[in-house]
Design a protein around this ligand. Structure first.
Ligand code: ADP
Ligand code: MG
Length: 587
């Protein structure tokens, strides 16, 4: 092809690709505009995960009739006049790209009335061209409807994720903005159904409850820290909520950061939040956090990323330090169930001290918990015990017959076999046998359930509620009978019997989180998770019968040597090895 200048509409479509990656980007840009216009109420309606329709109505300032067409031209903005203005920017937008980009890839209608004008204006734009303009009666504010998103960019259309994924992106986007702007009332409707609503009360706590549900909120602690400017360091203020170490997630996506009201991604600050939980969260688990970070405008460069999702700090270390300290302070001040504070665990930051302190901690807490291990077969299939007897022949032995000698450190079982000594990790071993039994019960559709006498309800984060709803049959196959009880509320009617004393809500909260990470091996992941929760913990003193029962069952597990997540369940020291050790010591 010879070199030619591209026509305007093609330039527009290409440029749109930068800003408008997916339907959620349209929602983001439009609701940022509403916030910039000072709206106190923003109503978002989305159909077909945003591909059929995205309509955002606000009660902000409106656009003057004379400027409506201009607003849809590229690089048209009322928010900045020169590059210096970037240093004192008080708005979320500044590039004048969003409206033109959205108009380039959709069929768009805007109805707006400026607060100083008595009539409204409506224009229709298709593929970037104004098709119609009229004066209309309208309330002060702006309504923008984008229909048939990406209708003229088939390549982009093809790359969109499944409807449910796109819907979830939109819900989590809106709930996040609602948390950052608690004085603004947000309503999100998806396919005519209300998916989220915040009250606009101005209280962050209210929105966090509305966004994440009361059950998650109960596990959150307030964060607040303020560092005044000193030497060359800027003033930084951090506030919000972060989870106590009992509530954690499978990925970092529940760590939400806002800088001066702008939702940002920042790997380093995210890491700072995670680090604040050092030794309090197991590896691979992440907290939930909603943090607002405020600092002087000229300390932040917001003009570094096409979708403005990243910012650059003049003094990143100062911001990091304040964030990390703020979160850490909150986390270590949480009272523990046994009345102690996590502070007691802090010496565990010292290398090597972990084990001892951990154990002292657990023993006090767990000592009265009944161990869900049983000896004999029963009539019903109990997931903690597949029946033995004529109808279920004993599984083949995979370990030799072991004699339990005792327990060490409230954590390991010492046993003797024909060829030496075995040290068995009680938690890992119990996980293994629960896992095999539960998995078998699920595949035979014979999971023992217990009904909950007075059903409990649980509020889920809006983004997870839809997922849980779609997976109700799967959850039922695992023994969880839930019923939809409100927009984001479920009633728990029955749970697997093996949960014994564990709070069903805590498990269901986690299920929502696990569903978000995709459908890959979902059943197995959930089974593993539940077994991990149910399995006897380290620090729990076992009596002889309980140890014997655990070991008997482990001897007939398919894979007795590893827990489902790959931890060793036992260490075997053969007679030869023992003899060699003594030999070595003697010489
Ligand atoms: P930017 O937000 O970067 O200025 P946009 O393309 O998003 O660029 O919007 C262009 C202009 O249109 C804005 O500067 C603003 O003046 C006007 N505008 C857009 N949306 C609204 C709205 N909801 N209410 C009032 N004015 C709006
Ligand atoms: Mg904008």
């Amino acid at each position: 092809m010879p070199i030619e200048i591209l026509p305007d509409y093609v330039v527009g479509q290409i440029a749109a690709g930068e800003v408008i990656e997916r339907p959620a980007s349209v929602v983001k840009e439009l609701l940022e505009n509403s916030l910039d216009a000072g709206a106190m109420s923003v109503h978002i309606a989305v159909n077909g995960a945003g591909r059929r329709l995205i309509r955002i109505s606000d009660n902000g300032s409106g656009i003057p009739a004379a400027e409506v067409e201009t607003a849809f031209r590229r690089h048209a903005t009322s928010k900045l006049r020169s590059i210096d203005d970037l240093n004192s920017l008080t708005t979320l937008g500044f590039r004048g790209e969003a409206l033109s980009s959205i108009a380039a890839v959709s069929r768009l209608t805007v109805t707006t009335r400026h607060r100083k004008e008595s009539a409204g204006t409506q224009i229709r734009i298709e593929g970037g061209e104004v098709k119609q303009r009229q004066s209309v009666g309208a309330p002060i504010g702006t309504v923008i409807s984008a229909e048939n998103l990406f209708f003229n960019t088939p390549a982009r259309l093809k790359f969109l994720k499944k409807e449910n994924t796109e819907k979830r992106h939109i819900v989590s986007l809106v709930t996040r903005y609602a948390m950052a702007y608690p004085h603004v009332r947000f309503i999100l409707e998806q396919d005519g159904r209300e998916a989220f609503r915040s009250s606009g009360s101005g209280q962050l706590a209210d929105v966090v409850v509305q966004a994440l549900g009361l059950d998650t909120f109960k596990h959150l602690v307030e964060v607040f820290a303020e560092d005044t400017a000193h030497d060359d360091r800027p003033a930084v203020r951090v506030y919000g909520y972060t989870s106590n170490p009992e509530l954690h997630r499978s990925d970092r996506s529940s760590i939400t950061l806002f800088v001066n009201g702008r939702w940002i991604q920042d790997a380093s600050l995210t890491y700072g939040v995670i680090q604040a939980y050092h030794t309090l969260l197991v590896g691979g688990r992440y907290p939930i956090a909603i943090l607002m970070i405020d600092l002087p405008r000229d300390e932040v460069d917001v003009n570094v990323h096409p979708t403005k999702a990243e910012v650059r700090f003049r003094d990143p270390n100062a911001v990091f330090a304040t964030v990390q300290r703020a979160v850490r302070q909150s986390v270590i001040s949480i009272p523990q169930p046994n009345g102690q504070r996590v502070t007691r665990l802090m010496p565990a930051f010292r290398e090597g001290a972990d084990l001892q302190l951990d154990m002292a901690f657990d023993v006090e807490e767990d000592i009265q918990v009944k161990l869900p291990l049983r000896h004999s077969g029963q009539d019903t299939v109990d997931p903690t015990e597949i029946p033995v007897g004529p109808e279920a022949p004993l599984k083949p032995r995979t370990l030799p017959l072991l004699r339990v000698v005792g327990q060490v450190g409230a954590r390991y079982i010492v046993a003797e076999g024909p060829s030496g000594m075995y040290l068995i990790d009680q938690h890992a071993a119990h996980q293994r046998l629960l896992y095999e039994q539960y998995r078998e019960a699920v595949s035979l559709k014979r999971v023992a359930m217990k009904q909950i006498a007075s059903p409990q309800t649980i509020d889920l984060p809006a983004s997870e509620a839809r997922l849980v709803e779609q997976h109700l049959p799967l959850l039922q196959s695992l023994g969880f009978v839930l019923e939809v009880f409100g927009p984001n509320t479920f009633r728990i009617l029955a749970v697997p019997e093996m949960l014994s004393s564990i709070e069903p809500q805590d498990i269901v909260l986690h299920v929502g989180d696990e569903l978000k990470t995709g459908s890959h091996d979902l059943t197995d992941r959930l089974i593993q998770y539940i077994c991990r929760q149910v399995a006897v913990k380290a620090g729990h003193i076992l009596n002889q019968d309980e140890m014997q029962s655990l070991v008997r069952q482990l001897e007939r597990c398919e894979s007795p040597r590893f827990s489902p997540d790959g931890q060793a369940t036992l260490i075997h020291l053969s007679r030869e090895q023992l003899a060699r050790e003594f030999e070595r010591v003697r010489s």
